[in-house]
Design a protein around this ligand. Sequence first.
Ligand code: PLP
Length: 385
Amino acid sequence: MAVYFDNNATTPLDPAVADKMCGFLKEHYGNPSSIYPIGRAVKEIITAARENVAAALGAQRGEIFFTSSGTESDNWAIQGVLNTTPEKREIIISTIEHPAILSQAKFLEKKGVKVSYVPVDSSGVVDLDFLRAAVTPQTALISIMHANNEIGTIQPIDKIVSIAREHGVQVHCDAVQSFGKLDLDVMKLGVDLLTVSGHKIYGPKGIGALYIRKGVDVCPFIHGGHQERGLRAGTENTIGIVGFGEAARILLERGRKDRERIEKLTDSLKDGIKRVIPKVIFNGHPEKRVKNTLNVAFPGLESEAILLALATKGISISTGSACSSESEEVSPVLLAIGLRPEIARSCIRISLGRFNTEEDVRVFLRELPDIIIKLRQISAFDPDV
Ligand code: PLP
């Protein structure tokens, strides 16, 4: 039996989303920019999908712009703001952002942009005093993620927005990992820009969106035709948009119920791990975190070995961010929360989702102890020392 516990890397496509996409593919081929009925029909379908994504975020339809991914939305948000404010060459981000922000920051530093990296405490929450002190008259944007992809910690976005407002600075929030896992409301969050992605909410891959609050000035990131109201050119990924819209609609319909169930499953998994394996450490904030995510350290072991052993039993988990899971590099997020490299290298991420069951939890808890005992024997780790 296959157990998929890597829902932060990507979620399975919801069968209802797949049905909607297949139906659309069979019936529609028009270019939404064409003014005859075959094109207009597709434009209307895109509008409906945009409305669904907007509704799931508490936004207006005109504030949602479709992109190719969360990564593109993150790049557009930062560079789109920087390009409207050439006199302001500074941005502030946290040390635990996704590579879509961190690697971009490194690239922008080479272009002369000053980047301030706000540190986090041992549970992964940003240091608000550091953030406040980092703001200068040259700050164009603060970009802080909502929930972290590896440890699940949720940032105090409302407080970050308050600090930004004191200084007239705009705020972007990467909400790829909180969309679907928390009730998101852009009005309550108060952010100017917000990133989401289709494949983390049981929709297709290769489709994302950027929320741009009405009145916020952002330069286009991709230049060309007039699609997405002239801000993001390129003939729309119509099938992706249809799937994303349906996934957002389903989220509105059953998201809260799913979350309650997932939280219970995750809690019982956590209790079970504590019960069957001595000397494990759970990373991330104990309360302020998305409740589907467990990041667990097995001191003395290598996470890669645990991952491979679980894979042979049909269980899929991850050692961290999907984008860096193929590299040998220690997770910057785990180092940023103060873990020693050898402990960081022993951490696995388990992330549950809509399609997980109690049986999945049982299978995991049945297989894990043997794997850990054997690996501890090989590594000569003594849990009692
Ligand atoms: N931001 C965060 C926090 C993520 O977890 C991810 C994907 O894992 C992304 C951005 C990138 O999204 P996408 O895979 O749609 O490019």
